[in-house]
Design a binder for this molecule. Structure first.
Ligand SMILES: Nc1ncnc2c1ncn2[C@@H]1O[C@H](COP(=O)(O)OP(=O)(O)O)[C@@H](O)[C@H]1O
Ligand SMILES: [Mg+2]
Length: 367
């Protein structure tokens, strides 16, 4: 019974990877990746350069032959090393957009987008209808006659997206599709791409090394390191409950304090009088541990005596970030920490302050 319902859920996945590996000689570019992507989901591979994101995507597309493992799309095995099965890319019905979006410069916008349909032998009328519809969808209505290179970077990226969407692929692969755009446009396109994906209910395997982009774009994220998935989960779960220091550091900045724990409380090494309440499920053992929280979990406040969840410090430097202020502070025990504060009524360098720690989202590690 359980087994049946499990396999039913499995068979609904748009994409399934089971122990996929791709080795180049001694280099384990992808080293045993398993994941499944559900219909309408944006699933993101996030990790530093060289961790195997592009190679994984190329295996899914059929542009690489895996050294091991199995890949299924809509329940069909498209690649299996054990079964010597390999479906070529053009028969996988996948749309792809890469960082270098490679639109054809000598062709018009219309012809760029129409090309995949011409390859598939659709009639002229059907091609016209579908191209016009997808140009509307990506916000390029009326620009079909333009030369592709007469467009801005953002518009060229939309042409690439339209070309990938025009034949209604069952899965869209996006490999750092926004990284060639300038910062402002990149943020705008993130939101736009996410809205379009939601409207079309299209299933996406997304690749990026940018954690902020991953947070905005994804339903689920797999953090990759050296060819393997280190942790998989929703953006909030990864940010708030990272399973390893690598995931924690990759997803954003952290403040760490060495602590000595007993039960649900801890003293902070070298900070007399300071006690921290620990989230009960976070304590791996008593004794010397590392306490980690996000800078935004620490509030900078007027000076007060050290106490529960409160450290004494003084401001060393102040950086205006526009919407917030970043402070470098030195605690009474000599630690340098970076914390954030509101942009109004800033504290000046040399001012004594207290640091109020919201410990509810903290994680605790063995050193
Ligand atoms: N064709 C290849 N031959 C040899 N090594 C490769 C090849 N393609 C990728 N690699 C290596 O595999 C690792 C993963 O690369 P890649 O998948 O491009 O990483 P990412 O996209 O995460 O930056 C890197 O160490 C890279 O140098
Ligand atoms: Mg890459």
């Amino acid at each position: 019974m359980t087994r049946n319902s499990y396999s039913m859920v499995e068979s609904h996945a748009v994409l399934e990877l089971a122990d996929v590996a791709r080795h180049y000689g001694d280099v384990k570019a992808v080293d045993g990746v398993s994941l499944s992507v559900q219909p309408g989901e944006v699933f993101t591979l996030l990790g530093p350069s060289g961790c195997g994101k592009t190679t994984t995507l190329r295996c899914v597309a059929g542009l690489e032959t895996p050294s091991a493992g199995r890949i299924r799309i809509n329940g069909e095995t498209v690649s299996s090393v054990d079964r010597h099965r390999f479906v070529p890319p053009e028969r996988r019905n996948i749309g792809m957009v890469f960082q270098s979006y490679a639109i054809w410069p000598h062709m018009s916008v219309f012809d760029n987008v129409a090309f995949p349909l011409q390859l598939r032998g659709l009639s002229k009328n059907a091609i016209y209808d579908r191209v016009e519809r997808v140009l509307d969808l990506v916000g390029l209505e009326g620009l079909g006659d333009r030369g592709a290179t007469e467009l801005s970077g953002g518009q060229q990226q939309r042409v690439a997206l339209a070309r990938a969407l025009v034949y209604e692929p069952r899965l869209l692969l996006l490999d750092e599709p926004l990284s060639n755009l300038d910062a402002k446009l990149r943020e705008h396109m993130r939101t736009e791409l996410r809205a379009l994906q939601r409207r079309l209910q299209i299933t996406v395997l997304f690749v990026t090394h940018d954690q902020a982009e991953a947070m905005v774009m994804s339903d689920r994220i797999a953090v990759m390191r050296a060819g393997r998935i280190e942790q998989m989960g929703s953006p909030t779960a990864l940010y708030e409950r990272p399973a390893t220091p690598f995931v924690r550091d990759f997803l954003g900045r952290v403040v760490t304090l060495e602590i000595i724990a007993r039960d649900a409380r801890a003293t902070v090494a070298g900070e007399p009088g300071v006690e921290l309440d620990l989230p009960p499920e976070s304590i791996p053992s008593a004794g010397r541990l590392v306490f980690a929280c996000r800078p935004e979990d620490i509030r900078i406040a007027p000076p007060a005596a050290p106490g529960a969840n409160q450290l004494c410090a003084s401001v060393e430097s102040v950086t205006y970030l526009g919407d917030r202020i970043e402070y470098t502070v030195r605690t009474a025990g000599g630690r340098q920490l970076t914390v954030l504060g509101p942009k109004h009524d800033p504290y000046h360098p040399g001012t004594p302050v207290s640091l109020c720690v919201d410990t509810r989202q903290a994680t605790v590690w063995s050193p």
